[in-house]
Design a protein around this ligand. Structure first.
Ligand code: GDP
Ligand code: IMO
Ligand code: MG
Length: 426
């Protein structure tokens, strides 16, 4: 039995979806534990592209897919995603898809508040209502899937919440009220469509483990978007680190057997906030174009820069990483030299740790080690010895600097464009 957490070590979009899809072949259950439809994972299977926001990336492997209590779910997006997958021949039924009873529901006012707040404090959110929904969860005024199940209470709960939020929208932002009857009608429809999927997710995981089955915990976003450990306030509103795989699904910490950190071979970031290795020159443009670095959720151009091992070392500690999966190595092909950030200089002094003060981070100058590049096409490599020597040197350097073994190398978007040296599921 293995319970493996797969998560991002940077600012998201590391290629988690691709790696989860590939590893799901070896798992019995795939479970999301945090975030919502701010996530956008692109999977390429047999040349066909699939973009998922909420449904775990294991669905294309025909695995049981679960949404944990730590996820915030927009039912409008979820129902659309279910319909979209079905129209492409993917089976989704109450036998293979489950939503935790305790998962919180994104309401229309969450999205309105998210957009309105961006005007006063710009974070560059995805505008999907994620932050306001988590606020209501912690403030104990959220709506959960279990509330849809209680006899007769769903309508009353919606009325209570919408009345309160309409006052807030008016007083705080001068916005018109939401149409109460329209919200009730829309969300009564979701209650009807989605209640068949509502389940006791933590019990399902415990039962699977009792039968010695493998579970893959699929992270969204990345370590530096974690609300506690990331570049606050330019973060998302959930804990993205491995510890939250426990809180966000209801498995005890002793149950986790491995944590695979996904490392993009360079760094990207969407939205606002400091980014020490960001490139504003033609190399940054090269990475953006060659890597097709556009957000899968909002379509925004991703900011691009060199790999930062100061961040990765810290991510290894925060997540207890047991393995690394390096993705998009093929995008570096063709660069004469490749820089890797090995430290920061702040006011002439070398820092070895990732600073918590964003003003310090914003003024850090990266200290680079320059490595030689390669020009050979690596997308067909299926073992390390098929890679050019300089690509192997680059991977070995990452492994050595971060102190965690590279177990998977991704050399293309397709499921098959992958080198696996150690399968975390054994
Ligand atoms: P996620 O949010 O971490 O799942 O990552 P995204 O799906 O948002 O972004 C990663 C993008 O890179 C997607 O378009 C993937 O199809 C693509 N991708 C993943 N791994 C590789 C790789 O090794 N090489 C190339 N060229 N593309 C990749
Ligand atoms: P995946 O799972 C990259 C970023 C947003 C913004 C900040 C807060 O595809 O890696 P939010 O809407 O969460 O309140 O926005 O977090 N962000 C992401 N960036 N990939 C993601 O998900 C992200 N999800 C949120 O751009 O800066
Ligand atoms: Mg993404």
């Amino acid at each position: 039995m293995a319970n493996i957490v797969v998560l991002g070590t940077q600012w998201g979009d590391e290629g988690k979806g691709k790696v989860v899809d590939m590893l799901a072949a070896h798992a019995d259950l795939v479970v999301r534990f945090q975030g919502g439809n701010n996530a956008g994972h692109t999977l390429v299977v047999d040349g066909q592209e699939f973009i998922s926001h909420l449904i775990p990336s294991g669905i294309l492997q025909g695995k049981k897919c679960l949404i944990g209590n730590g996820v915030v779910v927009d039912p409008a997006v979820l129902t659309k995603e279910i319909d979209g997958l079905r129209s492409r021949g993917i089976t989704i039924s109450p036998d293979n898809f489950f939503i935790s009873r305790n998962a919180h529901i994104i309401m229309p006012y969450h999205k309105t508040i998210d957009a309105a707040r961006e005007k006063s404090q710009r974070i560059g959110t995805t505008g999907r209502g994620i932050g306001p929904c988590y606020e209501d969860k912690v403030g104990r005024v959220g709506l959960r899937f279990v509330d849809m199940l209680t006899t007769g209470g769903w309508r009353e709960r919606i009325i209570q919440r919408v009345e309160e939020k309409n006052i807030y929208l008016d007083k705080m932002f001068g916005l018109p009220p939401l149409d109460m009857e329209a919200v009730i009608e829309e969300y009564s429809g979701y209650a009807e469509t989605l209640t068949p999927y509502v389940a006791n997710v933590s019990k399902m995981i415990a039962d699977a483990n009792a039968d010695r089955k493998h579970v893959l915990f699929e992270g969204a976003q990345g370590t530096y978007l974690d609300v506690d450990h990331g570049t606050y306030p330019f973060v998302t509103s959930s804990n993205t680190v491995a510890g939250n795989a426990c809180c966000g699904t209801g498995i005890g910490p002793t149950g986790i057997t491995g944590v695979l950190g996904i490392v993009k071979a360079y760094t990207t970031r969407v939205g606002e906030g400091p980014f020490p290795t960001e490139l504003f020159d033609e190399t940054g443009e090269y990475l953006q174009k060659k890597g097709s670095e556009f957000g899968a959720t909002t379509g925004r151009k991703r900011r691009c820069g060199w790999l930062d091992v100061v961040m990765l070392k810290n991510a290894a500690l925060l997540n207890g990483l047991t393995g690394l999966a390096v993705t998009k190595l093929d995008i570096l092909t063709g660069l004469k030299t490749i820089d890797v950030c090995v430290g920061y200089q702040y006011k002439g002094v070398k820092l070895n740790d990732f600073p918590a003060d964003l003003n310090v981070l914003a003024e850090c100058r990266p200290v680079y080690e320059t490595m030689a590049g390669w020009s050979e096409d690596i997308s067909q490599a299926r073992s390390l010895d098929e890679l050019p020597e300089n690509a192997i040197i680059y991977l070995n350097y990452i492994e050595e600097m971060v102190g965690v073994p590279v177990q998977i190398v991704s050399v293309g978007a397709g499921r098959g464009n992958t080198i696996v040296t150690t399968n975390p599921f054994g």
